[in-house]
Structures are given as structure tokens and as C-alpha cells.
Design a protein around this ligand. Structure first.
Ligand code: NDP
Length: 425
């Protein structure tokens, strides 16, 4: 085991089914998330990348590809490879926040290593014709189905495991809501948190693999990469590499410390992230939109600006939490002392609005979509879903911070009145 660090304590359990529209909203999302994923897959696979309406039962049936043994083997192989890299790959082990029974999960921070090994292995397999990108793409539909079925199943198992425990981790007793939101915070194998593994090595990991496979398929088919494909893939790979460089940041994010591991996250990691976040590349492969040099430069500049805002905002908080005296933008940072003990930063990006990191993320999302041109709304799905997600996430974080910090949070919000966009929102 490497050097151990510890993180703070978890907040008290909340038991009201009041997020995402309560049990009804949870039911709707449990149905809509898979339907949207299959619909979008069919849009690029069968309808030229356009929005479509089913004209026959056949159209509807084609939206649901059958699972195959090959696709199941691909998923099993990925899980086995990532599991082995996680357990045996070099990297420090960090302890998470204590759960309600005082137990702490372990997190092995070696995502960058796993990413490098998997990506180099994949590129080598493609280069030496061990496997072809077009063959991998032929498994896309079946893999989508296999991952969806797997998510439905493991979410059910997690729900049962959560209900069987001696203490409730924010579960409410409402079956539909608890299945969606989860009834267990950090399910583990041994001391290893499955949620962290699935978010990092499965969600981000498969997204990274897809972000390589789709451009490789274009290269295989046309002998070159289009500007749109090059730009989107480059931007996404930068985002993914950044995630793995700062993988330990995940341990202080809402997903790990606050959200139970229910259907929303299982489906999110296994399907939503890898399949829907690469919709732009899938669309470009299918519809081949033209991106001019000037357009490409504009998109790259937008992405670089968004990335800089996103990364430097997150780093300012991280560094401030480690050492509150470290200068931000050349000055000693200002902050608000709280009764909880932690300080709230009001300098740098954190003085302009309370979530400039979300704004940076949104700018990058816009860049990836704009690279696809204006031929269809399908590749804009990412930004159309992402903006409401972050707007809702900001509200949920606001509510949690109000609970955690009480009137200190109110003081902070008076000092920094804008939520995400300075002077606008
Ligand atoms: P934040 O990084 O903003 O973290 C929120 C927490 O930070 C609060 O709960 C509070 O926790 C602390 N905090 C809030 N304000 C201050 C302050 N002024 N000074 C010091 N601490 C403060 O949000 P997220 O965890 O939601 O997001 C992290 C990153 O992940 C963002 O860049 C976001 O864009 C990205 N993201 C990406 C997603 C994707 O799908 N691509 C999805 C979701 C997020 P405490 O005080 O307890 O530490």
C-alpha cells in the first residue's frame, strides 16, 4: 500500500425522496435514460444522424439491438482488464471519508497508468490489425444492450444490498426512488469502492476507448481523419487525460461522497458516459460534416478557454484547501471563516461566481458540439443534456452547502451572488 491520506467525514443521512422530482421523476428517468440512449444510437446507426420518428414496429424493434456473446465478452474483458490494472497497477492508496459505521473505503489512484496501458494496448491492437475498428463498431449496438442490461441488474443487486444493511444510507423506503437514487453509498469488494472503479475505469475508461475507436474507424474507411473528427477527438482526449491526472479529485465530488450508487449512476457510468458522450464522433463518422480551418480554430479556442476556466477554478479550490495562504492571481486569497471549520474561498474565479468550473465545462461542451456543424440536432445532445444537469447539480450542491454551512453559506452567497455566469445567472 502506498502513502495514505484521509478525507473529511461524511454528512448526516437524508431520507426524503425529494430529488429529481421524487418517486415519479425517478420512475420517468429510469425509463427515459435507456430509451434516449437507444434512440440516439439508432439515430446515428440507422437514420443518418438525424432525429427520427418510428414509422413501423420494425423501426421500433431495430432501436433495440440484441445482445451478443461477443459484446458480453468485450464488457467482461474490459472489466477484468481494468480490475487487474486497478489492483496491480502502481499508484498510491487513499482512504475515503468514514461511512456511518466508521468504515473507510480504499481508493487506488492509478487511473492515469490504467488509461495509458489500455489506450496504448488498443492503439497497438488497431495498428497491428489484431482487431479492426469497423469490427469493434459492429459490436456497438449489442454492447449498448449488454451494458444497459448489466446496469439494470447491478442496480437491482445494489438496491438489495443496501436494504439488507443495518443502517440506511439516505435510502427513503420508496422502492422506485431508492432503486433510481440507490440505497447504498459506497458498495465494495473487500475495501475497494465499486462506485469509484465504475466511474473512473468503466465510465471514463470506456469513453476514452470509444474516443479512439471511432476516429480509427474513419481512418480505416477513408484513409484520413476529417477536421471535425480530429478536433472533437482531440478535445475529448484532453478532457479525459485531465480527469485521470486529477483522478483523486473525484474523492471530494458529489458522486462519491453524497450520491448513493443506484440506477442513475450505474446506468450513467456503463451507458450514458461512454455511448452518449461520444455521439459527436459517431455523428461525424456517419454524416461527415465539414469543418473549415477557421471554424476548427474557433472551436479549439473555445475549448481551450473553457478548459482553462474549468481546470484553474478547480485547482484554485484544491490548492486553497491545502494551503489558504498560497496567492491566487497574485494576491493572498480572501475567504470566509465558517463554524464548520473549513473556509470558503472568495478570491479568483470563486469570487466571480460560485461555479465558474461548471461554466468552463459548459463552454467545452459547446465546442465539441459546434464542431459538428448545424446539419442535425443529434450531436448537440451532449450540451442539451449537460446544461440542465449542471444547473440542477448547482442547485443540489447549494442545498447541501446551505445545510452544511448554515448562515455562513448565506454570507458567502451575499458576497458572491452569481451562481454560474457572472452578472447574468
Ligand atoms: P465543486 O467542485 O464546485 O464542489 C462543490 C463543493 O465545493 C461544495 O459542496 C463545497 O464542499 C465546496 N465549495 C463550494 N464553494 C466553495 C468555496 N467558495 N470555497 C471552498 N469550497 C467550496 O462541484 P462538483 O463536485 O459538482 O464538480 C467538480 C467538477 O466536475 C466541475 O468542474 C464540474 O464541471 C465537473 N463535473 C463534470 C461532469 C461531467 O459529466 N462531465 C458532471 C459533474 C461535474 P465542502 O465545503 O464540503 O468541501
Amino acid at each position: 500500500m502506498g502513502a495514505e491520506q484521509t478525507l473529511g467525514t461524511s454528512s448526516p443521512a437524508e431520507t426524503k425522496p425529494d430529488q429529481f422530482g421524487g418517486p415519479f421523476g425517478a420512475l420517468v428517468l429510469t425509463v427515459v435514460m435507456p430509451l434516449a440512449s437507444f434512440y440516439l444510437w439508432a439515430a446515428v446507426d440507422q437514420h443518418g444522424g438525424s432525429l427520427w420518428l418510428p414509422r413501423s414496429l420494425g423501426d421500433l424493434a431495430a432501436m433495440f439491438p440484441l445482445p451478443t456473446v461477443t459484446a458480453a465478452a468485450l464488457l467482461a474483458g474490459w472489466l477484468a482488464l481494468q480490475g487487474a490494472l486497478y489492483v496491480f497497477g502502481p499508484g498510491p492508496v487513499v482512504l475515503g471519508r468514514p461511512a456511518h459505521n466508521g468504515e473507510r473505503a480504499e481508493y487506488r489512484i492509478n487511473g492515469l497508468f490504467s488509461f495509458a496501458v489500455s489506450t496504448i494496448g488498443l492503439l497497438a491492437a488497431l495498428y497491428f490489425d489484431v482487431v479492426s475498428a469497423s469490427w469493434l463498431l459492429s459490436q456497438w449496438g449489442p454492447l449498448l444492450m449488454v451494458c444497459s442490461l448489466f446496469a439494470v441488474g447491478v442496480a437491482a443487486l445494489s438496491y438489495v444490498a443496501g436494504r439488507r444493511r443495518g443502517w440506511a444510507e439516505r435510502s427513503t423506503g420508496n422502492v422506485v426512488y431508492d432503486y433510481f437514487m440507490g440505497a447504498i453509498l459506497n458498495p465494495r469488494i473487500g475495501r475497494h469502492d465499486l462506485k469509484f472503479f465504475f466511474e473512473s475505469r468503466v465510465g471514463m475508461g470506456i469513453w476514452a476507448a470509444f474516443a479512439v475507436v471511432v476516429p480509427a474507424a474513419q481512418l480505416e474507411a477513408h484513409g484520413q481523419l476529417s477536421s471535425a473528427m480530429l478536433v472533437v477527438s482531440l478535445c475529448q482526449i484532453i478532457y479525459i487525460v485531465d480527469f485521470f491526472i486529477f483522478e483523486s479529485n473525484l474523492l471530494s465530488m458529489l458522486d462519491i461522497i453524497e450520491e448513493n450508487f443506484g440506477f442513475m449512476l450505474w446506468f450513467g457510468f456503463l451507458v450514458w458516459m461512454p455511448f452518449n458522450f461520444t455521439l459527436q464522433q459517431q455523428y461525424i463518422l456517419e454524416a461527415d460534416p465539414q469543418l473549415s480551418t477557421l471554424g476548427g480554430i474557433a472551436v479549439l479556442l473555445l475549448n481551450v478557454g473553457g478548459y482553462y476556466m474549468f481546470r484553474s477554478t478547480n485547482l484554485q479550490k484544491l490548492r486553497f484547501r491545502r494551503d489558504p495562504s498560497q496567492p491566487i492571481w497574485g494576491k493572498v486569497p480572501e475567504s470566509i471563516d465558517t463554524k464548520r471549520g473549513t473556509k470558503l474561498l472568495v478570491s479568483g474565479w470563486w469570487g466571480l461566481a460560485r461555479k465558474m468550473n461548471y461554466l468552463g465545462d459548459i463552454l467545452m461542451a459547446c465546442a465539441w458540439c459546434l464542431a459538428c456543424g448545424f446539419g442535425s440536432v443529434v450531436p448537440y445532445f451532449y450540451v442539451l443534456y449537460f446544461v440542465p444537469l449542471l444547473l440542477d447539480r448547482e442547485r443540489r450542491d447549494y442545498a447541501m452547502c446551505s445545510q452544511k454551512y448554515g448562515d455562513d453559506w448565506e454570507r458567502y452567497c451575499k458576497r458572491v451572488p452569481y451562481r454560474i455566469v457572472p452578472y447574468v445567472y
